[in-house]
Design a protein around this ligand. Structure first.
Ligand SMILES: [Zn+2]
Length: 299
């Protein structure tokens, strides 16, 4: 429950994996919304609307979810229509990273910027674009898929059907896999000791911890990742000329080695004019960005 100044009053949580069918999950979502209203001592008539962000492509105008990669059974779901029938108030559906961009723009690290790009680095890579103060959705409302910008001319097959996509070379699973590979190849690192030789315990957080304690392999890895992010962002910056790039998602906490390499690469690879103008900063609102962004759809 969010007010027009972006203040978050109440929240509820549920796990999509606890529900076997689309109908059961829909019922649980409706129940949670009703509970939040009860907590806030208001009725749905007091709301301007219900904003929803989902991890997948969405037709914003029709309120249709094309599909959700990690939630089975959610294909071509008209969620807007379903929830409007239940609550009798306007419902807007958007992609979660779009809403994160909107949230950071209105209430977070992007306040005051006219043009910005938000990128999330973590399990996958997402993007959201603000142009002239408004969210840019593109002609089929699926703009901003930075994770599927091609990084390599050839390369690993991606789950989007293409190959060599940026996401394949910077995601959590790539980073962890790369460290494991290099440890097995005999490279020296404190990470092995940190996880007590159990390589399955390696996470990006462990690698960050090691890099902050001067582990050479961990630092080199963040620099490699930062370089790739910087290369892709250089393309984004040359194309869109944003004032700000906001980096969120789990890897945004990786620290100075990642951000340093991103900034160095952007300085090296963008047009000279961008060096003075574009700021690369960490997202400020964390997981709340999507929630206040969903509310911002109605402001
Ligand atoms: Zn792809």
């Amino acid at each position: 429950l969010v007010d027009k100044s972006g203040r978050l009053f109440h929240r509820a949580k549920l796990s999509t994996t606890d529900y076997d069918t689309k109908e059961a999950l829909l019922k649980a979502i409706s129940y949670k919304i009703k509970r939040i209203l009860k907590k806030g001592h208001i009725s749905s008539r007091d709301l301007k609307g219900i904003g929803i962000g989902v991890p997948g492509p969405v037709d914003f105008k029709r309120g249709l979810i094309y599909y959700l990669t990690n939630v089975p059974g959610w294909k071509n779901v008209r969620l807007k229509k379903i929830l409007e029938a239940r609550f009798k108030i306007p419902v807007l559906i958007d992609n979660d990273v779009n809403l994160m961009a909107l949230g950071e723009h209105r209430f977070g690290a992007g306040r005051g910027a006219r043009n910005l790009v938000c990128i999330t680095l973590g399990t996958g890579v997402g993007g959201g674009i603000i142009i002239d103060g408004r969210l840019y959705r593109g002609s089929s409302s699926v703009a901003g898929e930075i994770g599927h910008m091609p990084l390599r001319e050839t390369g690993q097959r991606c789950n989007c059907g293409s190959f060599g996509c940026f996401e394949r070379y910077v995601s959590n699973s790539f980073i962890v896999g790369e460290i494991k590979r290099r440890i097995k190849a005999g490279e020296h690192t404190s990470i092995k000791r940190l996880v007590k030789d159990n390589l399955s315990l390696i996470t990006p957080e462990v690698i960050s911890y090691a890099s902050k304690r001067n582990d050479k392999l961990a630092i080199a890895l963040w620099q490699d990742i930062g370089k790739r992010v910087g290369i892709i962002l250089s393309g984004v910056i040359n194309l869109l000329n944003p004032e700000k790039i906001i980096i969120g998602g789990g890897l945004a906490n990786a620290g100075k080695f990642l951000f340093g390499a991103i900034r160095d690469t952007v300085n090296e690879r963008t047009l000279p004019i961008h060096k003075r103008t574009v700021k690369i900063t960490k997202a400020r609102l964390g997981a709340d960005a999507g929630i206040v962004g969903a509310a911002a759809l109605f402001l």
